[in-house]
Write a protein that binds this ligand. Structure first.
Ligand SMILES: [Ca+2]
Ligand SMILES: [Ca+2]
Ligand SMILES: [Ca+2]
Ligand SMILES: [Ca+2]
Length: 695
């Protein structure tokens, strides 16, 4: 035997072994692709289920009430779609078929140019209604087409906005809008629909539509609706874009974050009574000079505080960590240069696609003027520092020529891996695409589905999973998110090799429920029902809260304050104990002069964080009389002189054919033009150009 040959083989093996364990090169795209396209087998382009058309928003809800989710797609120049997973055929099938006898027929609504879609239970019957925001505009002449709010009654889906009672109330939105989202603003379990309108001057404020219980006849399925935006404090004028809903600043009540265009963002802090105060400027997320699109809520550094990620149209993308100092909340942008790099972004999704505990962020970009690939990042949590942001290879989901608009994640085939569904539209009709993850099949996962007191999906709920080794993981069941979209009403946890020990749900009214999670429950779906009053009388069952947490008298897991519980936990050279969520740290006893404070390690003094939030730059309060708006619209429609359309870069540019007044100088030449006076009603007749609403 030749020893040199043996040595060669040994060296080769050693080299391969080294390759296997070498850490990835920081910042580079990992070679292994995250997604594989399965469109051709799961949703092949065809006339019935995946027509080549302009699609926009996507929402996930249980349309046929059988316990499985369907994927609802807002079709712009074609029908809306309701995609159901057929287990036998292993493919998604549109159940909103083109037959008048179908209970889902009305949902198609071919006449509506739908872009935003959202679903939630507005009447408390345990079943989610579905809201489509339609933007029928100048291209189809003077628009008289309203949004649609579908309810299942009389054994089929029917639009309740066109009910006599609601027509009489004039509640249906006739304004140009974008995203729609669900808000349980008072914690009643009955949801309101937040409508991010695209205002022009004093026409088209954001709206908040909900059931008026006094005027409704629920036994007959008659829901009288009302717009409560003004009394709730959200009736503001802006270029509405993305909307996210959950307890962002509040501990349980639903707050609303809107990333807007041509004006500051809104961070509507729920005052606990269903009214809101805008805290965007003081919290540092007003971003007044950028133009928001897709948004998602997540806790990227696992400190128990909700963080915000969103994309700006051809501007820097933001990854805002929620911080608090001196009792004030302030968000801090930790986006790396690569992450923040401007792109023509639409939907943004935060989810754990490979179930490794770390969240990924997906940017659905819009191939606009030139190709624009989608992008994927992993946000890796670190114990005592900001998370690391690593760019990944999205694989087939790159779609460099995709006209991306919306997108959702859901696990339609029930294998515990999140699937990604992307919609495309504007300037070119493209079918939907479906992607499966390639990585992390052996990782543990848990999917938690909280229910309202009425048994519907608890949008806006907060879910915390306590684990054996990796501390607490937080998810928000977002009532909005993405751009024009609404994700599945599931808290999806990837756990790597870790296991859950207990789960805690907080509903928008502050009710909480905790239960332990057994080992054999890993890799399954847990339904959590709303706690009954009698549950409170029973003494809480003992819970395992995992490292860094312990069970309190109220039965729930809380962060252990090691600094109090173990006063001598820190060594002599770093005597100052700082409690953190799920852990603690020790630092030197650094003294700093006035106006300065020790840094996190106590090794240096840094200037104290100032809280000088820029003043909101939103236009001052302007009267918003619907009658005046309608009159203005009619006047415009009657033939006011057409202003030259402002050509802007991409993105559902429903350009005003008519303007009632010139844009303020500051807004001239900025990105998207707002709609003409009177919103949809104000659009003049104009022939639709082939290829969609944009260009
Ligand atoms: Ca279903
Ligand atoms: Ca309902
Ligand atoms: Ca956080
Ligand atoms: Ca991950």
């Amino acid at each position: 035997m030749a020893p040199s040959a043996d040595l060669g083989v040994f060296r080769m093996l050693l080299f391969l072994l080294l390759l296997r364990f070498l850490p990835p090169i920081e910042g580079s795209q990992r070679a292994e692709p995250m997604f594989t396209a399965v469109t051709s087998s799961v949703l092949p382009p065809d006339y019935d289920s995946n027509p080549t058309q302009l699609n926009y928003g996507v929402a996930v809800t249980d349309v046929d009430h059988d316990g499985d989710f369907e994927i609802v797609v807002a079709g712009y120049n074609g029908p809306n779609l309701v995609l159901k997973y057929d287990r036998a055929q292993k493919r998604l099938v549109n159940i909103a078929v083109d037959e008048r006898s179908s209970p889902y027929y009305a949902l198609r609504d071919r006449q509506g140019n739908a872009i935003g879609v959202t679903a939630c239970d507005i009447d408390g019957d345990g079943r989610e209604e579905i809201y489509f925001l339609n933007t029928n505009n100048a291209f189809s002449g003077v628009a008289t087409y309203t949004d649609k709010l579908f309810k299942f009654r009389n054994n089929r889906w029917e639009d309740i906005l066109s009910d006599e009672v609601n027509v009489a109330r004039g509640v249906a939105s006739l304004f140009a809008g974008r995203s729609v989202a669900c808000v349980d603003r008072t914690g009643s379990g009955r949801y309101s629909i937040y409508i991010a309108n695209y205002a022009y001057g004093n026409v088209g404020p954001d709206a908040l539509i909900e059931m008026d219980p006094e005027a409704s006849d629920l036994s007959q399925g008659i829901l009288a609706l009302r717009d409560v935006a003004a009394e709730a404090g959200v009736s503001k004028y802006t270029g509405g874009r993305g909307v996210s809903v959950g307890p962002i600043l509040s501990s349980s009540a639903s707050d609303i974050f809107c990333d807007n265009e041509n004006g500051p963002n809104f961070l509507f802090h729920n005052q606990g009574d269903g009214t809101f105060v805008d805290a965007a400027a003081s919290a540092g997320v007003d971003d007044p000079h950028q133009h928001g699109r897709g948004v998602a809520l997540a806790d990227f550094n696992r400190d128990g505080k909700v963080d915000i990620v969103y994309g700006n149209w051809n501007g820097p993308h933001r990854l805002y960590l929620q911080m608090s100092a001196h009792g004030k909340v302030r968000f801090r942008d930790i986006a790396s240069p690569k992450f923040s790099m401007p792109s023509p972004v639409r939907t943004v999704i935060a989810a754990d696609f490979d179930n490794d505990q770390e969240l990924e962020i997906f940017f659905n970009n819009f191939a606009h003027r030139s190709s624009s690939a989608n992008r994927l990042f992993r946000v890796i949590r670190r114990e005592h520092g900001d998370p690391l942001i690593e760019e990944l290879n999205p694989g087939d989901a790159l779609e460099p020529e995709g006209r991306g608009t919306g997108g959702v994640v859901t696990d339609f085939d029930g294998d515990g891996m999140l699937d990604l569904i992307l919609s495309h539209g504007e300037s070119m009709a493209q079918p939907l695409s479906v992607f499966r993850g390639n990585q992390g099949f052996s990782n543990n996962w848990l999917r938690v589905v909280p229910r309202t007191r009425f048994g519907a999906f608890a949008r806006g709920a907060k879910v915390v999973l306590y684990t054996k080794k990796s501390g607490a993981h937080l998810r928000i069941i977002d009532g909005g998110s993405g751009y024009l979209c609404e994700m599945e009403p599931v808290a999806h946890f990837g756990l790597g090799k870790d296991e859950a020990s207990s789960v805690e749900v907080t509903w928008p009214d502050g009710k909480m429920a905790s239960r332990s999670v057994a080992s054999e429950e890993m890799n399954s779906v847990l339904e959590i029902s709303y706690p009954r009053d009698e549950d409170r009388l029973q003494s809480p069952a003992p819970l395992e809260c995992g490292q860094g947490f312990s069970q309190q008298e109220n039965g729930h897991c809380m962060d252990t304050n090691e600094c109090i519980q173990f006063p001598f936990v820190c060594p002599r050279d770093k005597p100052v104990c700082v409690n953190t969520y799920g852990s603690y740290r020790c630092r030197t006893n650094k003294r700093c002069s006035r106006g300065y404070e020790p840094n996190e390690d106590g090794t240096a003094c840094v200037a104290q964080v100032a809280f000088l939030g820029t003043l909101g730059q939103s236009p001052g309060p302007r009267p918003a009389a619907p009658a005046a708006a309608a009159a203005a619209g009619a006047a415009a429609a009657a033939g006011a002189a057409a202003a030259a359309p402002v050509l802007v870069d991409g993105d559902l540019d429903l350009r005003p054919a008519l303007r009632r007044e010139p844009l303020p100088a500051a807004e001239e030449g900025r990105t998207e033009a707002s709609r003409g006076a009177g919103g949809r009603a104000g659009a003049a007749s104009q022939t639709a150009r082939p290829g969609g609403p944009g260009r």
